[in-house]
Design a protein around this ligand. Sequence first.
Ligand SMILES: [Zn+2]
Length: 280
Amino acid sequence: MNYELIKGRTPGFLFILVCLLASGCARGPYSFSKKIYRKQLKAEYKQLKRMDPPQLEDSLLTLPSNFIPTTNFNLRKPNFVVIHHTAQNSCEQTYRTFTLQRTQVSAHYVVCKDGTVTQMLHDQLRAWHGGRGKWGHVTDMNSVSIGIELDNNGYEPFSPLQINSLLVLLDSLKTKYRIPASNFIGHADMAPTRKQDPNAHFPWKTLASHGFGLWYDNLQDTVPSDFDPMTALRLIGYDLSDPHAAIKAFKLHFVQRDTSPALTAYDKRVLYSLVQEHFF
Ligand SMILES: [Zn+2]
């Protein structure tokens, strides 16, 4: 910067310039999305006030006459974690996607290839990461889950630094919200007709060894003749409205080396071993 030039100007010009520089620095790169975040929070609270029932009047602290307030409550807690790959080329690109209102997508956390973890939404708020889908009897996964996006173009392996950071994050979420191991799933698991993430390189077995997601300890050599694989898939949580899609999603998670929409003898052994260990 040319200080001689500035020196020659009036004090008023200097003042404005300093103010502009200072406000520019203070606002930071995501100042607009921070502003929208706060605005959106206020709008959501406003919406809550209008809900019927319960019809809360002017504020959350004003109660209608027929409302007998309990003294025992706190904020709702997430009970699932849904893992995604971003299918984008960098964390910066993902931050941009999640801070533009027109995209209508978001997640609570983004984990970059170098292990950086960025939180983009408070855990108690509902991110728009799952979309249409079903897991077990839950038909609105966004309302009950934390969404975690892993920076990945959709085809590449996940870096050890990224997985290490993910494990630390999952550990903290699992402890904080008492999330059962079975409730750590992939986006493809809950939306098998639409999604294929995280991709087949994702180390589900490693995650399960740390207590996140299901796996099997012993691969059974044979499967009983009366074993019904579709019932087994439903037991795990898969939506069977499109059976081929459910099989593909199961294989993407638990078999990985082959994701064709048909169950081979090996796939059935994996499926049987899983349900044998966790559901029977
Ligand atoms: Zn996804």
